[in-house]
Design a protein. Structure first.
Length: 464
């Protein structure tokens, strides 16, 4: 292989893309290439984990890896270069990025990050500092030359409070105006702890006032003892990626939507017999056939009979949004945390199609390959806690949804059947719903319909 000289090659920078709508950062999980390796257009060079899923990133051009900008385990902001590749020929050379002309005797402009899809910032651009770098708090109100905003003289930039999308969502759910929150994060970013502190200042310890010229104290430093801990008796695990996003979503859901949970215990003996019969059916060969499949179908039939439960709450417009489609979420426990991918347009699928989609969804989730798109747009969710030997639970709603059905373990129990006590296959179902959208009558009807179908699965034909 012929080695390219510096004159024959130019270095291209591949920046961290926004792999999901509004995401601001991702952690580099694994590099598949090293400096000196040859790469081709479309080749996967690394795997990253966002707040929603693990995603493989392909390189968009041919060349030789010049440098890996960050090691594995580093969280990198969207738009930051993560790998440099030497590409051959001047034709492949990207136009050089214009360097801003230095402004004499002017303070740095307020740093305003620009997210993919959100337009271009009107303030002066500035590279995101590496971790550990500090930006003086005075920059937030620094004066900038008038050429930057089209006015004569000098103008003061009013900047929007800096916060990541999950934090903005939490603030909106808790009714907190971010403009009134004092930021404690790096670069003046408002953290989740800052929002909670604004809601309950009496319960959350506030940091001591920061004097000019001193470094701000991170929120975590307030809650973690300064003394070292015994690593043989404790293990500390950083909360990030999918786990961090899930935790934020559950807190937001639990404290925003008024949850109500109802329970019903069901004789599913006939359903279990039908599962065994379907496993022998030629049309179902090679597809995932289990009790979850029939419970999912029963829930879809119940939603068809009670469509008002398939809705969401629009807080801004103060409206109930009825959905004429069902994107059925299936909660899946994975090594990266709890994921809830959904089957798009599940209401329109036949039983074999639903079985195939369910199999693909579960396999993809277990392999850690669930895409961010697969977890967006869900309307109703099923969580199967029975696989862990649990009778049932009180599930928390997936944000933006109106109902979630929990399935308990199926056990052989004594049951009164046709006037006699007999051993029967029994389970307990729990339906949690948003009481702003769903009243007790509607929730009860849906849960009763699911139970009736599982007791007499032939109703799948007559009702579906």
């Amino acid at each position: 292989m012929t080695t390219m000289t510096e004159a024959e090659a130019s270095v291209r920078e591949f920046k961290m893309p926004d792999v999901g709508e509004g995401l601001t950062e991702a952690e580099i999980l694994k590099w598949y290439v090293q400096p000196g390796d040859t790469v081709t257009d479309g080749q996967v060079v690394c795997e990253v984990e966002t707040a929603k899923a693990a995603v493989e990133l392909p390189i968009p051009y041919d060349g030789v890896v010049h440098e890996l900008r960050f090691p594995e385990g580093t969280t990198v902001a969207v738009g930051t270069s993560i790998i440099a590749v030497a590409v051959a020929g001047s034709s492949a050379e990207a136009p050089p990025e214009p360097k801003p002309e230095p402004v004499e005797e002017a303070k740095p402009a307020a740093r305003t990050p620009v997210l993919v899809g959100y337009g271009v910032s009107t303030s002066a651009t500035k590279r995101r500092p590496r971790k550990g770098a500090e930006i003086p708090a005075q920059e937030a109100s620094a004066a900038v030359p008038a050429e930057l905003n089209g006015h004569a003289g000098t103008a003061v930039v009013e900047r929007r409070p800096l916060a990541k999308p999950p934090v903005r969502k939490l603030a909106k759910d808790l009714g907190v105006d971010l403009a009134t929150v004092t930021p404690s994060g790096p670069d003046g970013i408002i953290t989740r702890e800052d929002v909670h502190a604004a809601v309950a200042p009496a319960q959350v310890p506030q940091p001591a006032p920061v004097q000019a010229g001193s470094e701000p104290v991170a929120p975590s430093a307030l809650s973690v003892p300064s003394a070292t801990y015994d690593t043989t008796r404790e293990t500390r695990i950083p909360v990030k990626g999918v786990r961090k996003a899930t935790a934020a979503a559950m807190v937001g859901s639990a404290f925003t939507a008024p949850h109500v949970t109802e329970f019903v215990t069901v004789d599913v003996t006939r359903t279990m017999k039908l599962v065994e019969e379907l496993k022998q059916d030629k049309e179902m060969q090679g597809r995932r056939v289990n009790p979850l499949l029939l419970i999912a179908k029963a829930l879809l039939v119940a939603i068809k009979r009670n469509p008002d439960i398939n809705a969401s709450w629009d807080e801004a417009a103060q409206e109930i949004v009825l959905k004429h489609y069902v994107n059925l979420g299936i909660a899946a426990a994975t090594p990266r945390g709890l994921l809830v991918p959904n089957i798009k347009d599940a209401h329109a699928k036949t039983l074999p199609q639903l079985a195939e989609s369910l199999g693909e969804l579960v396999s993809t989730a277990r392999d850690g390959k669930t895409s961010p798109a697969a977890m967006q747009g869900g309307t109703v969710t099923i969580t199967n806690v029975g696989v862990f030997g649990i009778d049932t639970g009180t599930p928390i709603l997936n944000p933006g949804e109106s109902a979630i059905l929990a399935i308990g373990t199926i056990r052989l129990q004594p049951w009164v059947h046709k006037g006699k006590v007999k051993p029967r296959q029994v389970t307990t179902l729990a339906l949690s719903f948003d009481h702003r959208l769903v009243d007790g009558e509607l929730g009860s009807k849906v849960l009763a319909d699911v139970a009736a179908i599982l007791e007499q699965p032939k109703r799948l034909i007559t009702w579906g």
